[in-house]
Design a protein around this ligand. Sequence first.
Ligand code: 5AD
Ligand code: SF4
Ligand code: FES
Length: 360
Amino acid sequence: MKKNIEDILAKDELEFQDIVTLLDTEGDEQKLLFDKAQQVQLDCIGKKVFYRGLVEFSNVCSKNCFYCGIRKDNTSVERYNLEDEHILEAAQFAWKNKYASMVLQAGERSDDFFINRVDNLLQKIKELTNGELGITISLGEQTEETYKRWFKSGAHRYLLRIESSSKVLYNQIHPDNDEHDFERRLSCLRTLRKVGYQTGTGVMVGLPWQTYEDLARDLLFMRDFDIDMCGMGPYIEHQDTPLYKHKNILWPIKKRFSVTLNMIAILRIIMKDINIAAATALQAIDPMGREKALRIGANVIMPNITPTLHRKDYQLYENKPCTDEGAEDCGNCMSMRIELAGREVGLGEWGDSKHFFKRK
Ligand code: 5AD
Ligand code: SF4
Ligand code: FES
């Protein structure tokens, strides 16, 4: 069996069945996969890890994804909306500490008030930081017009996870209505690309009913779509969500963690020069979760710089780390962790996806 893994890893191009086999590795076989991914990482993008200071500025959401703790119908969440002033302070913190980039994330909304507000914030952040702070946004499905406006105002990367590239599974984890339409999500991804964003996507790993075959197709989807960035993490059940009732059919949490690392390692092997984030959800399972990801292919990490008061209210899943630490503490803790993982922080550099520029 070991020989088989070595043969697969020696190939120039991985096929569907190879990926399925690699996804199912653990122990010594998994180590071979990790060694290969690490080698690709060091050869193609080096040791640098880039920061994206994450601000989760509101947990108000108009959608009802079955897996998510801040879905609209969850009435046990205390809803918040940070003041512009606090968001700008966080941006300034990121800039002063040479994070070089930030991510603005919130629950999904597409009302005019929200769209204008984001537009305004983007312009202010650019002004405040001399145009030096890179901005990634992760604000869900919007019209082409909105995507264009936000791009023009200074956002240059966009994250929109496809969640699962299987339409069947996508429909199982979302309500059946126009607001949660698989085709619409795909079309948003294409629009983001067309508008000019560095485009990122990703999936959750270990969803109920999900198979290795689904996950292999997710990776091939990312390769075929030719994405610039990826963020994927383990699915972690949340008790106030509809999906919670299926928790008895889930893979054990350790397995979800381990397969997520396999996903990251394989993605690094098949897409050598993209940016891959070490998802925060990894650390909800293993205290060293993100560091492990950085060693086997991930090169982006998102220190949470949301003002502490509201961090605990942005619980998409249970056991979320860094909810009590201030931005300063989290940043220090993070740089120590990165060094422990044998990586270097690319301070003051945007650290854009190399892939994006080659694609252009
Ligand atoms: N477990 C893991 N990830 C989750 N997300 C939402 N809910 C969960 C959960 N229960 C992820 C989704 C979404 C991102 C913002 O958070 O992939 O795109
Ligand atoms: Fe809203 Fe995003 Fe959660 Fe879906 S995953 S309910 S869009 S915050
Ligand atoms: Fe957030 Fe350690 S990385 S507290």
